[in-house]
Design a protein around this ligand. Structure first.
Ligand SMILES: O=C(O)CCC(=O)C(=O)O
Length: 247
């Protein structure tokens, strides 16, 4: 499926866009097998000081990971997805040519308690020189639904500014939009079938709910940047050496 003028107009209007069926079941199954194996090793070796960021506090019955960072650097199946021609064609249509992956994340969201991700703007975290230069491609590795914690977006919020975020005192890394801002902003659900991709602009408010279901909601977020954009004022430390040139 190629981007049409109507797709691009929809993205420019809403600040996000869902494209079903970019990856087949064999690809998502292979990615899941690989990240599960990686996650088991990572969790076994995780030092106590880093547990608060990576372990999902919502799941009490067992210890499960919430996320993993930079799979595009560490894992070949994710690197292959990041280079996928069809995906890259969409990314270039959205932010222009000469794209790289700047950062990436696996979000596990375990059944029966996988925790929510508070509302935020990626551009606050990354601090790009050009606010139009960043797009996130969020690949659904499982069907994502309201029940298992799909993404929600603030329609049109990409047209507004980057807003200063706050963090709970015991979680300085968990940057999020202030409650008074969110009280004025309806958030709309965006379920994505397995293998589909949800693209969002770096300024778009987004969040995900808890997983109340008995099904996993795993996803891989690839944060792409175009050739002209640099990261001048990141809110958290990111390793620029991991920027992976794609085109
Ligand atoms: O998958 C999630 O729950 C959060 C995703 C997210 O914040 C992102 O892709 O930027």
């Amino acid at each position: 499926m190629q981007p049409t003028a109507a797709d691009l107009a929809s993205y420019r209007h809403h600040g996000h866009l869902t494209v079903p069926g970019l990856f087949d079941a064999a690809t998502t199954d292979a990615a899941i097998a690989d990240i599960e194996a990686w996650g088991r090793t990572f969790l076994a070796e995780l030092p106590p000081a880093r547990r608060a960021w990576y372990v999902d506090g919502g799941v009490k019955a067992r210890e499960v990971l919430r996320k993993l960072d930079n799979p595009h650097h560490h894992r070949e199946p994710v690197r292959a997805m990041a280079r996928n021609d069809a995906l890259v064609q969409w990314v270039e249509a959205l932010i222009g040519p000469g794209v790289s992956v700047y950062f990436s994340q696996i979000f596990f969201k375990s059944p029966e308690g996988g925790g929510p991700k508070p509302a935020h703007q990626d551009n606050f975290y990354f601090g790009p020189s050009d606010l139009e230069g960043v797009v996130t491609a969020w690949i659904a590795l499982d069907d994502s639904t309201i029940d298992n914690g799909c993404l929600f977006f603030g329609e049109g919020t990409h047209l507004g500014p980057v807003i200063p975020h706050i963090a709970p005192p015991d979680e300085p890394f968990n940057l999020q939009l202030p409650a008074d801002v969110l009280a004025r902003q309806p958030m709309v659900s965006a379920p994505v079938p397995r293998g589909g991709v949800s693209f969002h602009h770096g300024n778009t408010f987004h969040q995900s709910g808890p997983n109340h279901s008995t099904r996993w909601r795993r996803a891989c977020a690839l944060h792409y940047v175009n050739a002209r954009t640099t990261f001048d004022h990141p809110a958290l430390p990111y390793d620029a050496a991991l920027r992976l040139r794609i085109t």
